[in-house]
Design a protein. Structure first.
Length: 343
């Protein structure tokens, strides 16, 4: 009985309000609501920050607190937008600041993976074009002009140090040209040399390679004083560069168009100009140089014939070294600096 009475007293006292205590009023609490919303906003921005990988989300960084009615505040002057400089028509000026150059580009940034491609040194080509690939050089034949548009090959300094084979001058038709190449008869009595595009001396280290350089597909009608003079001088210099730089890549050919005179029954075109492009793709000093020479005798310095590769592309409608990254290609092809080569 005593336990029951005690239990009754505890229940009755729990219902009685303590003296001086005010009962809480139920209803909307603005302070708690504002605090809750603030916490939700903070958590939301924290989620954005984590998602963006930033300490402060971009949306919060860009938020600007608007000004209200402060007419006396100083207004900062807006920076004027950069204006574009107009270049007069015919000017050679260009926006050099927007294009990489060989003097500003960091060659260490480039992975030279593209040099492993079997055709990386070839100008751009399409399937079905007359590409003749040989063990030591590759060419693209032009049936209309009965000669190669370009010949490309790698020249190693080590190969030039080997014992040299004597040339046999075994000029002959190229059996790989399905439409038929030019012949010895086309040049006979013409007054023009059967000028090598890929010179025989570049392949004298191997008897088979030397012989293959005498296919008529590798010949072009050259003025004798040009072929045996300034052109030969350039070929000799290129071999010196190969010895100095270990390995270089060469692309050479004629400038062809529909206004050229011809020789022989096969109407072999007589180019007015020839080009030669030399590329050293080895770090740390990646460099390229291009020459444009008229098919005539000259006593000018080799450096006076230097032009940009871009200029050769304009004249030939060819795209050289298309597998290179664009910024590296542009830096090399726009340069006309002779300093890395002639020193």
């Amino acid at each position: 009985m005593a336990k029951k009475a005690s239990s009754t007293r505890r229940k009755s006292t729990s219902k009685r309000p303590l003296k001086g205590r005010k009962t809480a009023k139920k209803g909307f609490n603005l302070g708690k609501f504002t605090l809750g919303m603030l916490i939700l906003v903070i958590l939301g921005y924290a989620g954005l920050a984590l998602n963006e990988g930033r300490l402060v989300p971009k949306a919060l960084e860009e938020f600007e607190i608007p000004s209200f009615g402060n007419d006396n505040a100083e207004i900062e002057a807006e920076e004027p937008e950069p204006t574009e400089t107009l270049v007069e028509e015919g000017s050679l000026e260009s926006k050099a600041s927007t294009k990489p150059t060989s003097s500003t580009i960091n060659f260490d940034d480039f992975d030279l993976y593209f040099t492993n491609a079997f055709d990386f040194m070839w100008p751009a080509y399409k399937t079905g074009e007359a590409i003749i690939e040989r063990p030591y050089y590759t060419l693209r034949y032009n049936e209309e002009h009965e000669q190669a548009m370009w010949v490309a090959y790698k020249l190693s300094g080590d190969s030039l140090k080997q014992e040299k084979f004597k040339r046999k001058d075994d000029f002959r038709k190229d059996p790989r040209i399905r439409t038929g190449s030019a012949t010895l008869a086309d040049y006979k009595g013409s007054g023009y040399d059967r000028g090598h595009l890929a010179p025989a001396a570049d392949f004298s280290y191997d008897e088979f390679a030397l012989s293959q350089s005498f296919y008529m597909s590798n010949m072009s009608p050259q003025n004798p004083s040009f072929n045996r003079g300034i052109w030969k001088k350039l070929e000799d210099r290129v071999r010196n560069w190969a010895s100095e730089n270990s390995d270089i890549y060469i692309v050479t050919g004629p400038i062809l168009n529909n206004k050229l005179n011809t020789i022989g029954k096969e109407e072999v075109s007589i180019p007015e100009y020839y080009y030669k492009i030399v590329l050293d793709i080895q770090k740390p000093e990646i460099k390229a140089i291009a020459f444009l020479m008229k098919n005539e005798k000259s006593s000018e310095a080799l450096s006076s014939f230097v032009v940009s590769i871009n200029r050769i592309e304009e004249l030939t409608d060819l795209d050289f070294f298309p597998s290179m990254p664009d910024d590296l290609e542009e830096a090399l092809e726009s340069s006309i600096s002779t300093a890395p080569w002639f020193n």
